[in-house]
Design a protein around this ligand. Structure first.
Ligand code: SF4
Length: 316
């Protein structure tokens, strides 16, 4: 598989099956700096939309990938190293993708910019929107998402409500819960009211399953998640673990593929093994070498061990 600058995967996604990730901003440009972010701290926090990466380059890579890599893909997913709606030409990119394939387009967004009409318009041709909404009270929003200064939670909620009115595709709202941060009964009651206003097709309930940006971001356990699911009703689902058949990966690319995948997020040996269709034994050899070379590190979180990319490689 060729090396791509703006594409990664396909990776197994708990919500999208085999998802080919498309990065529209460099690591890590975002409107928020969430305490649970699995791709690290925001280094360029902004509300300014720009052509952060070349539209032509992105579309050329996608075209080339679809032509040459014969792998199953369930979704082309705009997201990755930051907030994709910050890319001022995301609408052109979605249209470009639509003109070359019928594979559905998903947009993973924090929803912050949906209050802008032009952003809502840009996303209209996507098939699925996966916005996040982890808080509805100002103080919880500040604590959890650490938004751009003076960006209000009401603005984010209003954007979601307006988007629902014009968007014909599916909206799967994601709420990530952390212990003692956004799981109080008061916040849950308010969230339920806001969900009624937004009318998403589904509500995906999540918790920190990979090492978060801040070590004090503690996940909920399954019982607590189930209680929230019951409280939110039939649209709410706890995001299930991925259980598809593994995808073949060419052996000679193991190291590069490991590094490419870990650049996006830390993963456990099991996740890597599933995603790359390689036995854990085979992967362990390569991982040991990469550890020795300092290209990756180990990190413990909630009793599991994750591999994460070294700083030098991340910045290379
Ligand atoms: S979790 Fe998403 S919205 Fe939050 S800081 Fe990370 S990339 Fe930005």
């Amino acid at each position: 598989m060729e090396a791509y600058k703006h594409l990664y995967g396909p990776v197994p996604s708990r919500r999208l099956g085999w998802s080919l990730g498309i990065d529209l901003v460099p690591h890590k440009v975002c409107t928020y700096n969430c305490i649970y972010c699995q791709i690290g701290k925001t280094t360029n926090q902004t509300l300014i939309r720009d052509e952060y990466v070349s539209v032509d380059e992105v579309l050329k890579e996608i075209k080339n990938f679809l032509k040459t890599e014969k792998v199953p893909i369930d979704y082309l997913s705009l997201g990755g190293s930051g907030e994709p709606t910050l890319h001022s030409k995301i609408g052109t990119i979605i249209e470009g993708i639509k003109s070359m394939t019928s594979i559905p387009v998903a947009v993973l967004t924090n929803g912050a910019l949906l209050y802008q009409e032009e952003v809502r318009r840009d996303l209209l041709k996507a098939d699925v929107l996966l916005p996040s909404m982890d808080a509805v009270s100002p103080e919880v929003f500040e604590k959890m998402n650490r938004p751009y200064p003076n960006f209000s939670v009401e603005r984010m909620i209003e954007g979601l409500v307006q988007m629902r009115k014009v968007f014909r595709g599916k909206i799967w709202l994601e709420i990530l819960f952390l212990k003692g941060i956004n799981d109080s009964p008061e916040e849950l009651h308010r969230m339920r009211e806001v969900i009624e206003r937004i009318q998403p097709d589904l509500v995906h309930l999540n918790t920190a399953v990979r090492p978060p940006s801040e070590s004090w971001a503690i996940p909920l356990n399954l019982r607590e998640m189930e209680q929230i699911q019951t409280f939110f009703g039939e649209k709410a689902i706890i995001i299930a673990e991925f259980d598809r058949q593994p995808l073949p990966a060419a052996e000679r690319e193991i190291r590069e593929e490991i590094l490419r995948i870990l650049k996006r997020r830390p993963l456990s040996l099991i996740d890597l093994s599933k995603g790359m269709n390689l036995s854990q034994d085979k992967l362990e050899n390569q991982l040991a070498l990469l550890l020795q070379e300092g290209k990756i590190h180990l990190r413990s979180f909630e009793g599991s061990v994750f591999y994460e990319i070294g700083k030098e490689v991340q910045n290379s």
